[in-house]
Ligand binder design. Structure first.
Ligand code: SF4
Length: 219
């Protein structure tokens, strides 16, 4: 039964579920109040569903073997190899195509096949889906292609990719890609134009340069 409380895991100071230290669970603990039947059914998924079970076991193996040793790029290569994926789809932002080219070279050096689709595929003007001219970056001075993550997902599905990687899609565009992708997908780079695509920097610096968050956080 769900805890009748507005506190959730982000209010927890002990994180005792990591080692199942029941004596330290807070009163609102989500593990303590978990729906046991649902939990049992979920564990069965890992045991019975070959694809999802493999992904879970391979991920845990890489975490256990390489914790703090491999970069995300290297972990991704390792994951692809261990999963036996044959053709990788890359859904890339056109603004990060240089970085995507470097990653593609790394895939090639590891003898991994790939197929890249940029976010502007089809070159459809933003006004075609109802974005008004004044909301375009060019404020309506000519054609401006929309990001087309649904098309990226469809093209990669048609290519028969068995694992997809998102590189630098915007907030929301990544949502649409993840909603439409047919192959299992990981995100390598998330878009943050201000912080060098490293959004956690805003949280690390919440006490200093991000003083605009202070009021909300009551720091
Ligand atoms: S499940 Fe319980 S112990 Fe784990 S983070 Fe949530 S509240 Fe804390």
């Amino acid at each position: 039964m769900a805890a009748k409380c507005t506190h959730t895991c982000s209010d927890c100071a002990v994180l005792a579920c990591r080692s199942r230290d029941e004596s330290k669970y807070p009163t609102f603990c989500l593990t303590e109040h978990v729906d046991e039947k649902l939990l049992k059914d979920v564990v069965e998924i890992y045991k019975e569903d070959e694809e999802q079970g493999n992904i879970a076991r391979v991920s845990a193996g890489i975490e256990g073997e390489f914790y703090g040793k491999l970069t995300r790029v290297e972990e991704t290569i390792e994951f692809i190899k261990r999963m036996g994926y044959k053709k990788i789809g890359i859904a890339s932002c056109v603004g990060l195509m240089n970085e995507t080219r470097i990653f593609a070279k790394i895939l090639k050096a590891n003898k991994i096949r790939y197929y890249t689709v940029g976010c502007k595929i089809g070159a459809v003007d933003k006004t075609e889906i109802g974005v008004p001219n004044e909301k375009k970056l060019n404020r309506g001075c000519g054609h401006e292609s929309m990001c087309n993550p649904i098309m990226q997902a469809k093209v990669l599905a048609a290519q028969g990719t068995d694992f997809n990687i998102v590189i630098g899609l915007c907030v929301g565009h990544d949502t649409l890609f993840l909603k439409n992708t047919e192959a299992p997908t990981t995100v390598m780079i998330v878009k943050d134009r201000v912080l060098g695509h490293n959004p956690v920097a805003a949280l690390y610096t919440a006490n200093s340069m991000y003083s605009r968050f202070k009021k909300e956080l009551k720091l």
